[in-house]
Design a protein around this ligand. Sequence first.
Ligand code: GAL
Ligand code: CA
Length: 348
Amino acid sequence: MTIRNTFLQQCNRFRFFVRILVLLVLSVSLTGCARTQSTHKEIKIGVCAYDQYDTFLTQLIDCFDENVEDGVSVEYAYASQSQITQNEQVRKMIEKGVDVLCVNLVDRTAPNTIIDLGKKNDVPIIFFNRELVEEDITQWPKLYYVGADAFESGIMQGELAANMIRRESLNADKNGDGKIQYVVLEGEAGHQDSIVRTEYSVKTLVDEGIDVDKVGYAIANWNRAQAQTKMAQLIERNDEAIELVLANNDDMALGAVDAYNSAKISAVDRPIIIGIDGTDVGLEAVVNKTIAGTIYNDKEGQAKAMYDLSILLAREEPLNSLGMEDGRYIRLPYQKVDASNVLQFIHK
Ligand code: GAL
Ligand code: CA
């Protein structure tokens, strides 16, 4: 009996060990499964912008954020207009292991530290909105640019202005001298959009056969408050009415409106004011007729292109679906906006 009992006890122990073993094997294989499922590791994207107070860029970044899907995390950093700060932000993001970076340079002529960091750590970089020169972007195959064609925005602004001047004829030429007295409110000095928009809007007006007379210009760094101050000075300095304000962006066009409001100049005595961007406030101003028009800078399209490119780069998948120029550039078209079509652009 005792021998039989001992034998049975040993059998039970053996069964117990076998069960434990089966459980162990099962749990190991299950964890194995879980690990295989997570081989689609989370994609990390770093987005760095030159400043947090730029209306167009803030809206572009909001659009980018709307694209983000499950399995993708994005970290945003704003450089308060310091290239040194931005270089540090990029360095930290790379240390944290981002798969791809989207960079809106502070100084588009100083991308070298960031390019070197990307190269050394094999992190592709999508520059956006502030275009670097060709010699810089061709330094490494994994450098890209997403933005728009600055020439197009200048040409469209000139065309829109020419059409309005022809349509309003006598109202536009307030002093009846056959010329349009105009001022330009310029964005940051050295920015490709300021340089090209300023030159091509005026060149197009002249090509369209409008006789123009430049009565002033001011650099207002894309900023509404600065534009208001500068526009107030231009109004004061000119004895006769200014007939056209070409602003390099909507915020500065709105700064001009603010200056006319403060000067209490009535609507009939105000110039045709045209911006660029089609930001929410810009479009609203077109609806309210405080500005005559704007040129839509396709933030939705640019944000989607940056996002799609980031994902393909992070997964190391082919990029041909994106239809890039020279394998590096994605440029979204601008569109003319005035009172006749503005509603199509609101809540686009
Ligand atoms: C331009 C835009 C401006 C400003 C600037 C910043 O494309 O029209 O409003 O956002 O970029 O780089
Ligand atoms: Ca005139």
